[in-house]
Ligand binder design. Structure first.
Ligand code: OFO
Length: 165
């Protein structure tokens, strides 16, 4: 059985994962209308992953005697000046999510809720991978700089960059 405090903290995380999914969906749309087909497919896949993260939390909360709350969400940004700016936003967003997961883990520890603490370890590992993927992409973008040919190849090859679910 979840304590009210943990239930509220998990619900906050559910909302963050939902907003992450919407943010990446919006990035996918911007990339798609900007002619960046590969990048848009990558962002659609990221959006799906975040929805899966949200659903995993929802199931956990409901199975442990809590009630997952589906709420309104903050509208994401709809356009970017450059694709680099978009990937910087993705990287920063993942760091924000990691901090939020860490905070959540801390709460479960201080409340001695070891079941939830254990459940959250999957998210801790996931965030390490997602931050690493975002960082790898940013490093590649910095190498490309303003080179249009480089962007063409990057857009074609981004699917090869390991994305975990
Ligand atoms: Fe990448 O944020 Fe979910 O966990």
């Amino acid at each position: 059985m979840l304590s009210k405090n943990i239930e509220a903290a998990l619900n906050k995380q559910i909302r963050i994962e939902a907003e992450s999914s919407q943010t990446y969906l919006s990035m996918a749309c911007w990339a798609e209308v900007s002619g960046l087909e590969g990048i848009s497919q990558f962002m659609y896949a990221q959006s799906d992953e975040e929805r899966a993260h949200m659903l995993k939390l929802i199931k956990y909360v409901n199975e442990r005697g809590g009630h997952a709350q589906i709420t309104d969400l903050k509208a994401p940004k709809t356009s970017y000046t450059t694709f680099k700016e978009m990937f910087e936003a993705l990287y920063e967003h993942e760091i924000f999510v990691s901090n939020s997961i860490n905070e959540l883990v801390h709460i479960t520890f201080s409340e001695k809720d070891y079941a939830t603490h254990n459940f959250l370890q999957w998210y801790v590992s996931e965030q390490i991978e997602e931050e690493a993927t975002a960082k790898t992409i940013l490093d590649k973008i910095n190498l490309i700089g303003d080179d249009k040919g480089g962007l063409y190849l990057f857009d074609r090859d981004i699917q090869q960059i390991t994305v975990t679910s």
